[in-house]
Design a protein around this ligand. Structure first.
Ligand code: ADP
Ligand code: MG
Length: 255
């Protein structure tokens, strides 16, 4: 693997949890400025791949890299924003304000033992403004709607001003209108601000709208190409349980 040019990469990665093989020889390379959608059925290894890319899971075989360095030598975590799966499912009584959640995104810069500086507060406020919820800064995180809460976690991921964003099923369980706003926002982060993005999602219209490239996973990479080709290829999108809208131009087409 040419580690230098690799923003995010996996080479021949195999991950086993006991008798379960979650990833089997997976290779993936994300280039600077790309917006890649990662899809696959439940249990196909998407979250494991994201976590392995970030060095949170140690592969049994193969290696990963981040921002041009092998993952075990990568240290500049402020360059990476990560929204884990189910981040939004917080206890309604969780005693943190929206601003405090965004501030947690500054930990890579500050370390947990140091006090927040004015610069941290300004960055956290700016991140909340960037995702359109600056006015909710003082609200308790548990009182927000699903869509607002997801924006708060996106703000946390953006608070360190990263170059790279990994979003693991960020819009699961959120209503359609909030989903569309969120994807427009993420699309803008890629197109207007040049962030490299890896998005795990079951939402094919969103993936089609935003992503340059779609990677389908089922322990192995079974497709890597344009979202439109994925849709057209032998009912793959149905097999992957994607939300495929009815196309008027395909009336009576596919089952
Ligand atoms: P996805 O995100 O595509 O739903 P996951 O990466 O979460 O898939 O899981 C892939 C497989 O690995 C599943 O069979 C899951 O049950 C298993 N798995 C994931 N995490 C663990 C873990 N910490 N311990 C044991 N098995 C796990
Ligand atoms: Mg998952």
């Amino acid at each position: 693997m040419n580690a230098k040019a690799c923003v995010l990469g996996a080479e021949d990665v195999t991950v086993r949890y006991g008798a379960t093989t979650a990833l089997d020889g997976v290779s993936l390379r994300v280039e600077d400025g790309e917006f890649v959608g990662l899809v696959g059925p439940n249990g196909s290894g998407k979250s494991t791949l994201v976590r392995t890319l970030l060095g949170l899971v140690e592969p049994d075989e193969g290696q990963t890299c981040c921002c041009g360095r092998p993952i075990h030598r990568f240290e500049d975590w402020s360059r990476v924003g990560y929204v884990p799966q189910d981040a939004v499912h917080v206890d309604p009584n969780f005693p943190a304000s929206v601003l405090e959640v965004a501030l947690l995104g500054r930990v890579a810069e500050r370390g947990l033992v140091n006090r927040w500086t004015d610069e941290d507060r300004e960055a956290a406020h700016a991140a909340l403004e960037r995702v359109g919820i600056g006015h909710l800064a003082d609200r308790s995180i548990g009182t927000l709607s699903g869509g607002e809460r997801q924006r708060a976690f996106l703000a946390k991921a953006l608070a360190s001003d990263p170059d790279l964003l990994l979003l693991d099923e960020p819009m699961a369980g959120v209503d359609a209108a909030a989903r569309e706003d969120f994807y427009n926002l993420v699309d803008d982060l890629n197109h207007a601000e040049g962030l490299t993005i890896l998005l795990v999602s079951h939402d094919l219209p969103a993936v089609r709208m935003c992503c340059h490239r779609l990677v389908a996973l089922n322990q192995r990479v079974v497709f890597d190409g344009s979202p439109r080709d994925f849709e057209d290829e032998g009912g793959l999108s149905e097999a992957y349980d994607m939300h495929v809208p009815h196309h008027p131009d395909r009336a009576g087409g596919r089952p």
